[in-house]
Design a binder for this molecule. Structure first.
Ligand SMILES: CC(C)(COP(=O)(O)OP(=O)(O)OC[C@H]1O[C@@H](n2cnc3c(N)ncnc32)[C@H](O)[C@@H]1OP(=O)(O)O)[C@@H](O)C(=O)NCCC(=O)NCCS
Length: 231
């Protein structure tokens, strides 16, 4: 990862950020653009689950999460629109849900590869730990799938010499301890991923620990080494 130094501020998103998040989304998600209404609805429904990364007063990163219940022993496939109430969260976010679900994450094309995505993932782990949830699910894209020419099952099973996935995005989540649960056909309109998503899961190693808020703070501020250790 490129460690070039840029000063990035991470904070909870507010309704004043909706326009900036919308512009960022237009830049990054050309195949599946969101709307201003979606971003406003998410922030109104669950403000603590929306984070932005800011460089020189410009929003360059965004993460949105929600709380859900999920049957991990009998997982059933779903689409992004179904699990997120069409991206609005009003009917899908359950404050008492046992799990965190990753709704959306994006980093401006110019700022990718600087660790901003990893910092946002850490904000998500912080949310999971401080709220004492059991774990976090993410519907990962697989942006290198379509050009691989492989079948989906073969592609998902392929790993590099370091035992991490050949897919750049699955790798990002694997490095943070996520395990693959299942393939999600027609998850989202995304030609690079063949419209597939891959459901990945990270259990909360600090569930029911004391000092949860302190651990979450340390995680967000000390950085990836903390969560990538042997938990
Ligand atoms: C996925 C994404 C948020 C990562 O953000 P980032 O700030 O570039 O991530 P980091 O710098 O913290 O981590 C870099 C890792 O992300 C992955 N990555 C980097 N650029 C990527 C890209 N364009 N697409 C997919 N994964 C990418 C790689 O695994 C990389 O690790 P490596 O450099 O060791 O190979 C960003 O690439 C993005 O916004 N992509 C488009 C939208 C998207 O796919 N969102 C996720 C929806 S599930």
């Amino acid at each position: 990862m490129n460690q070039k130094r840029i000063k990035v501020v991470r904070r909870q998103a507010t309704l004043d950020d909706v326009d900036a998040i919308f512009q960022l989304d237009q830049e990054v998600w050309t195949e599946f653009p969101g709307t201003r209404e979606m971003f406003a609805s998410r922030i109104e429904t669950f403000p603590e689950g929306n984070f932005v990364s800011v460089v020189e007063n410009k929003v360059v990163g965004y993460l949105c999460e929600q709380f859900i219940n999920f049957d991990l022993d009998h997982p059933k496939p779903f689409t992004w629109l179904e699990i997120t109430d069409n991206g609005m969260l009003k009917k899908s976010h359950n404050p008492k849900g046992n799990y965190v679900y990753g709704v959306s994450m994006m980093v401006s094309n110019k700022f990718q590869g600087f660790g901003i995505g990893t910092q946002l993932i850490l904000c998500g782990w912080g949310l999971m730990i401080s709220n004492n949830k059991w774990g976090t699910f993410i519907g990962s894209r697989i942006p290198d799938f379509q050009k691989s020419g492989m079948s989906i099952d073969k592609y998902i099973s392929q790993v590099r010499e370091d035992s991490l996935s050949i897919d750049s995005e699955l790798r990002l989540y694997q490095k943070d301890g996520c395990k693959t649960i299942m393939v999600l056909p027609n998850y989202i309109s995304d030609p690079e991923s063949g419209n597939y998503g891959v459901l990945v899961y990270r259990y909360n190693p600090f569930h029911n620990w004391p000092f949860k808020k302190m651990i979450a703070y340390a995680l967000r501020n000390i950085g990836p080494k903390f969560i990538r250790s042997s938990f």
